[in-house]
Structure formats: C-alpha cells, structure tokens
Design a protein around this ligand. Structure first.
Ligand code: ATP
Ligand code: MG
Length: 199
C-alpha cells in the first residue's frame, strides 16, 4: 500500500467510526414526519418513490393529492389499482385555474376529513399528503388541527407532506425536512412538460 492508500484507509476508518457511533445512538423505532419543501423539482416524485419502497415491503399506504393537475398523472395510473394503496384526489380539484375560493375551501376540508381519518388508522404504514402545504398558505385549512392529528397519530405511522412552502408549525414537529433547491429547470431552457417526467 502506498502513502495515499494508507491515508485513504485511515480516513475511511475514522468516518466509519463516526457513522457507527451515530447508528448506535439511533435506537428508537417509530414513524417519522417527513417534509419535502423548496422550489426545485423532486418533492412529489420523492414521496411516490418512498411509497413504492413501502409497498415493496408489503406496507399499506394512503395518499391524498391536494392539488389536482389537468392531466391524469403517471403515479395515479400506476398506483390507483394497487391493493395496498388508497389514492384520493381532492374533490373538484384545487387547480391554479380555479377562482372559486369557497368551493376550493370546501374541497380542502373534505380532503382533510379523509386525511384525519387516515391519521387515526393504524392500518396505514405510510401517508402521503401531496401539495398539502398550499392549503395552509391559501387559508383553506387551519394548521393547528393538522398538527394535533399528526402528534397523536399511531406510533409506527410515517407521514410525508410536500409543497414548495412549509408552515412553521409543521417544521417544528417534523423529524426530517428536505429543502429541494431549484438550481436549474428544463422549463427555463424552453423544454415542454412531458409525461413520465412532469406528470
Ligand atoms: P415532481 O412532481 O416532478 O417531483 P415537485 O413536486 O418537486 O415535482 P411541484 O412544485 O409540485 O414540484 O411542481 C410540479 C411540476 O412543476 C412538475 O411538473 C415539475 O417538473 C415542475 N417544476 C418543479 N420545479 C420547477 C421549477 N423550478 N421550474 C419550473 N417547473 C418546475
Ligand atoms: Mg409536487
């Protein structure tokens, strides 16, 4: 082994000791609240990726999309018939095009009623509330009953909430928060949204 190889080996040994130490300290087994925020692309697709991961282990998942796009998404077409997935798209569908605030608010509250029920059901291992954060931003939902329901959910239940902005109160009770930065996006290079990538 030359000097550089010896140094590399020593560096890796120290790194492993640090990581092993952290692993030894993480002894709790419980569900986590994950928030995926930020302006970059990859929040919803990460949530769906995690759902695929959970389903691979035979877990049960509930998913609510709080914002309905104009098109049927690939994730909807793929997951809707999965026996272990309950997939809900918010009624009427809050879209960027609707101008009827009271209708949107009613739809958000109906979606929250389903979400609240899921948060009381230990049969769900993973819940995904996609784009839920906008409901707080636009005042369609109050954050405090959501925080209360998240706090008292079944101990093993994992929850993922996505959306560009996140309410401070959700961030305070979250276990994992990822902020996805927008460093570049094909849209600004003039590339059209495409199936399989955007929806
Ligand atoms: P994805 O569903 O692809 O993981 P996302 O959930 O992180 O994206 P959203 O804010 O929900 O992002 O926006 C959804 C759509 O907007 C996607 O089609 C995505 O490609 C597009 N998009 C995301 N980020 C940007 C951006 N910075 N500029 C333009 N379009 C974006
Ligand atoms: Mg999204």
């Amino acid at each position: 082994m030359n000097d550089s190889e010896i140094r590399h080996r020593e560096k890796m040994r120290r790194k492993k000791a640090v990581i092993d130490g952290r692993i030894a300290k993480s002894t709790e087994t419980r569900g986590v609240l994950i928030l995926l925020k930020g302006n970059g692309k990859g929040k919803s697709s990460s949530a769906f990726g995690t759902m695929a991961r959970a389903l691979g282990h035979g877990q049960r998942a509930g998913l609510i999309q709080f914002i309905k796009g104009r098109k049927e998404t690939g994730e909807y077409l793929f997951f809707r018939d999965h026996p272990n997935v309950d997939f809900y798209i918010m009624g009427h569908g809050f879209t960027w095009e609707t101008q009827d605030k009271s209708q949107d608010k009613r739809a958000a509250q109906q979606a929250w009623a389903i979400a609240g029920r899921m948060l009381r059901d230990p049969g769900y291992d993973l819940l995904v509330f996609d784009e839920m954060s906008y409901m707080f931003k636009y005042g369609y939902l109050d954050v405090s009953p959501v925080v209360t329901a998240l706090r008292s959910r079944p101990a093993g239940q994992n929850v993922i909430i996505t959306g560009r902005t996140m309410h401070r109160e959700l961030m305070e009770i979250a276990d994992t928060i990822s902020d996805i930065a927008d460093l570049e996006h094909a849209f600004r290079k003039g590339v059209k949204a495409q199936p399989g990538i955007e929806w």
